[in-house]
Design a protein around this ligand. Structure first.
Ligand code: NAD
Length: 248
């Protein structure tokens, strides 16, 4: 098992890509604490996982991710419970497709707050713990739009360009502390986030995917497994695309 004995935090772990990351980490021997937005969705996800395997060591919390104090408390609670944090996955995120002239500044602030600031709020306490214990691994969820931009909903690509910037910069800063920092950039992946987009948008993008279909959450989760494992022990500062070569 690739993650035997490792302790992981996965934000946005209640559904979609995050849920599959949690599953994959548990299957590979990790102990996982998933961070969700509400107790009900966290409980539902935990129930599903325990049904699959009652032996899995998994629990959940729902700190407000855009509140630095609450996130710091939650991260330190995980350390107190397990004595360490080996892996932090910053996966929670929202998307936007609002045309510029319809945007409100509140809407723009909201996406930056969750997709960018919340990552920093989790990384700060986690990196301090990882440094103290002699190393660790941080994986952020980016997007294919972090390379291409998108034609509507500018807040989303802006947030994901920032995720890439945070990833490569922190990889350079934290390498000396044996903390690896990488990101996974999924393409169109079949989750609720994509289901919420207009049908024509999804069809138009899917038609341009060289592999001819959207990705599955578990296919994206495999990249998170690789990056968290010792197979990637010398990989840091990497933005790993999992998108069927889609660059639209
Ligand atoms: P999803 O909507 O299915 O899941 C999003 C997760 O984030 C959920 O677990 C949700 O509870 C959590 N979340 C949302 N707002 C939150 C908040 N305020 N506080 C705490 N948790 C919150 O979406 P997904 O497709 O699984 O997306 C996961 C990540 O993948 C996101 O960062 C997204 O930007 C990225 N991504 C998705 C796609 C895609 O096509 N699905 C493509 C590229 C990147």
């Amino acid at each position: 098992m690739l993650l035997n004995g490792k302790v992981a935090i996965v934000t946005g772990g209640t559904r979609g890509i995050g849920f599959e990351i949690v599953r994959k980490y548990l299957v590979n021997g990790a102990k996982v604490v998933l961070f969700g937005s509400r107790q009900e969705t966290v409980d539902k996800a935990l129930e599903k996982l325990k049904e699959e395997n009652p032996q899995w060591e998994v629990s959940g919390m729902w700190p407000e991710l855009t509140d630095a104090l609450k996130v710091g408390e939650a991260v330190r609670e995980v350390k107190d419970k397990y004595g360490k944090i080996d892996i932090l996955v910053n996966n929670a995120g929202i998307s936007q497709s609002t045309p510029l002239y319809d945007y409100t500044t509140e809407e723009f602030d909201k996406i930056i707050s969750l997709n960018v600031c919340a990552l920093f709020y989790a990384i700060l306490p986690a990196a301090k713990i990882m440094k103290e214990q002699g190393g660790g691994c941080i994986i952020n969820t980016s997007s294919m739009v972090s390379f291409t931009g998108q034609s509507s909903g500018v807040g989303y690509p802006v947030s994901k360009f920032a995720v890439n910037g945070m990833t490569v910069s922190l990889a350079r800063e934290l390498g000396k502390d044996q903390i690896r920092v990488n990101a996974v950039a999924p393409g169109v992946t079949r989750t609720d986030m994509v289901a919420a987009l207009p049908r024509q948008t999804v069809d138009a993008i899917s038609a341009k995917i060289p592999m001819g279909r959207p990705g599955e959450p578990e296919e994206v989760a495999d990249a998170f497994l690789y990056l968290a494992s010792d197979m990637a022990r010398y990989v840091t500062g990497e933005i790993l695309s999992v998108d069927g070569a889609c660059r639209v």
